[in-house]
Design a protein around this ligand. Sequence first.
Ligand code: BGC
Length: 740
Amino acid sequence: MNKKRGIYEHGFDVHYLNKYSSLLALGNGYLGIRGTHEEDYTGQTRGMYVAGVYNKATANEPSELVNLPDITGIVIEIDGQPFSLLDGEVLSYERSLQFETGELRREVVWKSKTGARYELLLQRFVAKHDLHVIASKLTLISLDQPAAVKIVTGINAQQTNFGKQHLIEESVRVFNEEIIQGVYKTTESGVTVAVGSSFHIPEHSKKTFSAKNRQLLAAISQEVAKDEPFVFEKLSTVYTSHECDRPETVSLEAVQAIALQQYEDLLKRSAAAWKEFWEQKRIIITSTDEFDQTAMDFALYHMEIMTPAHDDRFSIGAKGLTGEGYKGHVFWDTEIFLAPFHLYTEPETAKKLLLYRYKHLREAQEKAVQNGYQGALFPWESAFTGKEETPEYAAINIRTGTRQKVASALAEHHIVADIAFAVVQYYENTIDEEFMKNEGLALLKETARFWISRTVDEGERLSIHDVIGPDEYTEHINNNAYTNYMAYYNVEQALYFMEQYGDVDSSIIEQGRDFLKRLYLQKPNDEMIIPQDDTFLTKPAIDLTPYKQKQGSQAILLDYSRQEVNEMQILKQADLVMLLYLFPDSFSNEVVMKNLFYYEDHTIHDSSLSKAIHAIVAARCDDDEAAYRFFQEACLIDLGPNPHSSDEGLHAASLGAIWLAAMFGFANLKIGLDRLALDPKLPENWTELKFPLTYQGRTLEFKLTKQVCEITKLSGPELEININGDIFKLCDRLEVPMTN
Ligand code: BGC
């Protein structure tokens, strides 16, 4: 059977409720809705989030992405029996998220406690063609006898962020006995959110409305004959004061307009927008393991729905819009792991993500001053205001009652250079002079200014003290190699672009040159190992096998305190290997290989940002087996069997890294201002890899096999491409045999 592309759940299992709610989330970058069931189950976390709608529950807490009123819940009662997969008998069950249409479907045949059988089809999607529209449909057929069907659904503002209530109910209304609307305001940030729903219900059904305890509900009941479908459609809209002045009016008008349409028509239009997305951006993998393609489609689908490409005031949270993990905050994940997908397929979106940073340059400058530095110190975690949002303390230790301070806001400063790196990467792939001259240069200069002020003068050399590199198990160290190299690149690029644009700001140039001359950069030691920082290699090591087996769970912290972990050679995630990944030309093959092996040994991969980066570097080192294994393990972070891996949302950066692995590991692309190069390293299991690429105004299509590399230019001027070390001219189409 030729199944439609998607993620499938073939049986109902309560242990996976929240994982599947994240995996099967719907969205369009403006809003996201978790793939929860219509009916309630204990422990099931519903969630609807709109990008940029954050709120603080109390003044001293960080902002969190607000869990908005729910519109997905439906209480279904048939012949007086509440429909629940935990009651009666489930005769058949299949739930799927269909990539091609963006629709979530559930087909169930259910036998109630009375012995009667019913067929239910539940459908839902978030429109891709209209950011504000959500549609759902229920088709219920009684298979054995006439039945009394009753459903209750509406707008439920009892939703909280794990108990924290962020919304004031401003008004709940029923209009013309047809449309319901709830208007809410966030308690601290003052964002108005208007949610409206209209219904298509069977003729002659009974309908009543009620509003109580923050729930605005419609109850619809109908007697149906055996085999006569009961069809119910709910078409909803969401607007907020972020994008319009009177969301209550706009939302009402919008819901009145969509009330005239049908679920299937709306779905067709949304699916057409998805079709275009897949045609333009899909990577096609021909592998002996179908899972590789599914994981890639899954990554692309989610990157698309998590990215607020419509508005440069927002960025991407660490869990996208799929859950409340990390409170919806924005990390370096965006610039280093997620922006490249957009940059190389739709650069405008990557630009918007940079503009989000640019718009908060002032807050970053304020943070720098507060911490005794100059320039721009971007927050480790940010939300809508651009201020630092990292929680001050981690979870409480319930044995001791003490709380561990979170040091990232104070020391995880590499994010500053990560942003600068993304600025340069954007320019190199677009030659967008307008952006670079203005926002880009401002970002580069202010971040460079920060690094210059961040150094300690040790006479001969400048050092950067007391930082946390990407490896968060190693805190408060000096001269983290990743941080220093990135800072160097940041200052170097700032000076380069200042010169290009004739900017003679002497407050940076002189000190910048001195910085480049004297900044300490860790070099390979006699064993060719680049020290992660000044003291890392002097620390004792332990066998990490048991912890690697429980990757992602931070099991090491159950056996050792954070301080103890800090004093050993233990990495949470790729750190030095990140450096090797981002600067493929800076180190010899031998150094890269030695360091990959060395650091892999000491890395638990407790962070989801790690595995795929090791895959990339392993591929480049021609370690096929390890590269493919790391790649597949990275794909399993969300899609694997662990029932709770993704309860609070998907791992956005790791999804980005799956795409990075195909492009920068297996296709082994190198993309710069003056070169486009590739040296493919297809895994044993792959016979073909096809992908699109946007490069300096050109649209290209690559088809790689073990025998041949085919490149087609769909638009833009001619160019030269370096394939396995040889230069070829690409006019319209190029076919180069692979010799290695
Ligand atoms: C990782 C960070 C990452 C954050 C958000 C942490 O566990 O160590 O590198 O930015 O998660 O994804």
